[in-house]
Design a protein around this ligand. Structure first.
Ligand code: ZN
Length: 457
């Protein structure tokens, strides 16, 4: 089975339910940029797909950055004068500002107050905050809880360590027929947030599992990285092999009820940009295609010195939903149907990349006689007019300068109809793939065939 057949054959109910179950399993873990929560997440993913867990030691220089110290947290709380935990890390791992330095002291509310973060506009939600690059400590809580805090003395404890260790990430390569790669990256550094991070992680895992079972032209490299520093570290450590990456995609926020958004690569006209644009147009559902903007890990992959063609697939774009980076990005925000829908569209776009070829007509002078080869009749018998139309479009543009994707765009016909037409024509010796030794054609016009063979070399 090929990738485009998988796109049609998948059981979307099972696929969506599985992804949702993985999200449920991973949701409680306290992930961060580094540390045991991240490592345990990668270990659980390694039970689903055979990824390897890589560790980059603290202090390793990676381009202009340095791998940070490892942060691990056991407990954190604020207790009132009666010894009650009024802010409790055990209730939600969002309650602590991630990468807070350890502290254990007593202080009045007035001194504690600058270390407390809330969302007055959403008084029941806990914000998600980090302090990766500044030595600070803090707590996040609902605004409603903040208003309940009495003046008086509080015991403040963040039982965390920040020290030498490593930055962990997961990597999986599915080798294909060629060493040309499709890179699929997601980030794994957020704590209990469901759509932002975990939905993309689950989608990457499901793609890896499904792609593993089919014939692949491309090799697929999956990366499960902490945001920003993870991408920078991976790119820095793998620079010599980046030239293998022909197409790339960052997955994020892929499970909410909003419609699908694809953000283009910095180049703006890469094959992956066209494959997603075409897929979303063909599907006909509401969708958005955005031009590149420097947000998310794609800006590292696309940076001018590397210039990899990496786009970004989300449903509602980053920050485009109010629950983003708050406790309301929870299990209720993601839906199995939405996860399955994103998966199906992603697989369809990969199916275009897999099926795109440039062919040469071996009978380029006037239209070949389709009827005597049974091709015209077959097209009519099958019923749908696009089959014969697709053949005529393919025959008109297989001049060595137009790929099948070019022809699909130009004709407005579904890419897979164009691909199927080209394969049928090639099977009858009427086309040869550019750069591939031409099969011996059934000679209709010997001059045409000779021309084609010469050009195909
Ligand atoms: Zn985020």
């Amino acid at each position: 089975m090929r990738v485009w057949e998988l796109a049609r054959a998948g059981d979307s109910t099972r696929i969506g339910r599985e992804m949702y179950e993985w999200i449920e399993d991973l949701y409680p873990l306290c992930r961060s940029m580094t540390g045991e929560g991240l490592r345990e997440t990668l270990r659980r993913l390694a039970r689903l797909v055979p990824l390897t867990i890589q560790e980059v030691p603290t202090g390793t220089p990676v381009f202009d950055w340095t791998v940070p110290r490892e942060w691990n947290i056991r407990d954190a709380y604020v207790k009132n004068s009666r010894g009650q935990r009024v802010i409790d890390f055990r209730e939600s791992n969002l309650h602590v500002v991630h990468y807070s330095v350890p502290i254990h002291t007593r202080m009045p509310l007035a001194d504690l107050r600058p270390h407390l973060f809330t969302l007055p506009g959403h008084p029941d939600w806990i914000p998600y905050r980090t302090s990766y690059h500044e030595e600070r400590w803090g707590f996040c809580l609902s605004h409603r809880r903040l208003l309940e805090l009495e003046t008086g003395e509080y015991e403040v404890c963040i039982d965390a360590t920040l020290g030498p260790g490593s930055l962990s990430y997961g990597e999986l390569l599915l080798e294909g027929e060629t060493s040309d790669e499709v890179l699929i990256a997601c980030h794994v550094c957020h704590p209990s947030l469901a759509n932002d991070n975990l939905a993309g992680v689950a989608l990457a895992v499901q793609l890896a599992r499904e792609l593993a079972g089919v014939s692949r032209r491309y090799s697929y490299r999956f990366l499960f990285l902490p945001g920003t520093i993870g991408a920078i570290a991976w790119l820095s450590l793998n620079e010599p092999s980046l030239r293998r990456i022909k197409h790339g995609l960052v997955l994020s926020c892929t499970g909410d009820a909003g419609s699908v958004t694809y953000k283009k690569t910095r180049r703006g006209d890469a094959a992956i940009d066209r494959a997603f644009t075409r897929t979303l147009q063909e599907r006909g559902d509401e969708h958005t295609v955005l031009e590149f903007s420097p947000y998310g890990d794609e800006r590292q992959f696309c940076s001018p010195g590397l210039d990899l063609p990496v786009g970004c697939l989300t449903r509602t774009a980053h920050g485009g939903y109010p629950e983003y980076h708050t406790s309301a990005d929870d299990l209720a925000l993601v839906h199995p149907w939405a996860l399955a829908d994103t998966f199906g569209k992603c697989l369809a776009a990969l199916g275009i990349l897999e099926g795109d070829r440039t062919y040469l007509s071996l009978n380029p002078k006037c239209e070949p006689h389709l009827g005597k080869r049974g091709l015209y009749r077959r097209a009519l018998e099958r019923g749908p007019a696009p089959d014969s139309q697709a053949m005529l479009w393919v025959l008109s543009f297989t001049d060595g300068h137009h790929s099948l994707l070019d022809i699909a765009e130009r004709s407005g016909l579904p890419f897979q109809s164009i691909r199927a037409a080209a394969e049928a024509l090639a099977a009858h010796g009427l086309l040869a793939e550019q750069g591939v030794i031409a099969p011996v054609p059934a000679p209709v016009n010997s001059r045409g065939a000779r021309d084609g063979s010469r050009l195909a070399g």
